[in-house]
Design a protein around this ligand. Structure first.
Ligand SMILES: Nc1ncnc2c1ncn2[C@@H]1O[C@H](COP(=O)(O)OP(=O)(O)O)[C@@H](O)[C@H]1O
Ligand SMILES: [Mg+2]
Length: 271
């Protein structure tokens, strides 16, 4: 298939965006850090097998919203979340939800690559081990290999699986963290500025990978780069001062946004 056809098909798929089912639904989501309110009644739904980019000026609440999607906010003292968030049919703030299992279904990749101080192999096999996804050596080998392949890292590390993950380059470490997230078969992958510590070549590799992962996973990515949002996402949500300003098809967002604040932000008038 030539590039033109591929682009045309992608466009057609994007135009059907409005019919893509929701994987996660956020209703009236507010977040408080002690007395300080960081999010104001955010209503934002995340479409399945779609890359959704969260953009907006520093401090507008992008990371705060992202963390509500797998209850990472639970780990922050003083942090309180109100409203409702569902993953398929499950209310993820239901007291009966097993948070460890939730975070396997909704994985996370952070700004700074954070491999464990262990071998490449152990970095990837750790999650499957604690979740009981493999038993025999052969099963672990298989998960490690397929996860590294999905993260586009296999060819670079297959001969050094037992060397420390921390010995890899920054870009490789970030792909190792993606392999680690993928290893527990998540449904959703959250990424908080995953390229901000990477050089342009490593960034391009991770962006290409995000593009490929979309086939099998639902992805939400926080980025301070509007160019990156335009390159990797099909939907974009713009935050400002803790409010969701607008959520739209990425193409529309960057050419003809509905809200003046989005217009001002993408024109570089603030942030
Ligand atoms: N752990 C925290 N404790 C207190 N306030 C926080 C914490 N994390 C974020 N905030 C505040 O919440 C607001 C939103 O922050 P954040 O979600 O990190 O924004 P962004 O990711 O868009 O830069 C900011 O005012 C920030 O100072
Ligand atoms: Mg942030």
């Amino acid at each position: 298939m030539n590039m033109m056809n591929e682009a045309a098909i992608e466009k057609a798929v994007d135009q059907k965006m409005n019919t893509v089912p929701y994987k996660m639904i956020g209703k009236d989501v507010s977040v408080y850090y002690g007395e300080k309110r960081a999010l104001f009644d955010v209503n934002l739904n995340i479409r399945e097998n779609t890359v959704t980019a969260l953009i907006g000026p520093s401090g507008c609440g992008k990371s705060t919203f992202l963390r509500t999607l797998n209850r990472m906010n639970d780990t922050i003292d003083n942090c309180r979340v109100t409203g409702k968030i569902t993953l398929d049919a499950d209310d993820i703030y239901d007291p009966n939800i097993d948070v460890v299992e939730l975070r396997a279904r909704v994985g996370m990749v952070f700004q700074k690559p954070n491999p464990f101080p262990k071998s490449i192999y152990e970095n990837v096999s750790y999650g499957p081990r604690i979740h009981g996804l493999a038993r025999t050596r052969a099963e672990f080998d298989e998960i490690v290999a397929s996860s590294l392949q999905k993260a586009g890292l296999w060819n670079e590390v297959k001969d050094r699986l037992h060397e420390p993950g921390t010995g890899l380059s920054g870009g490789q470490q970030q792909r190792l963290c993606i392999a680690r997230a993928v290893a527990v078969s998540p449904e959703v992958i959250l990424m908080d500025e995953p390229c901000s510590a990477l050089d342009p070549i490593a960034t391009a590799k991770v962006e290409e990978l995000i593009h490929e992962l979309r086939t099998n996973y639902t992805i939400v990515i926080v980025t301070h780069s509007m160019q990156q949002a335009a390159r990797v996402s099909q939907r974009t949500a713009m935050f400002h001062l803790g409010n969701l300003v607008e959520e739209n098809d990425t193409d529309k967002m960057f050419t003809n946004p509905d809200d003046q604040r989005t217009q001002d932000y993408i024109m570089g008038r603030f942030g």
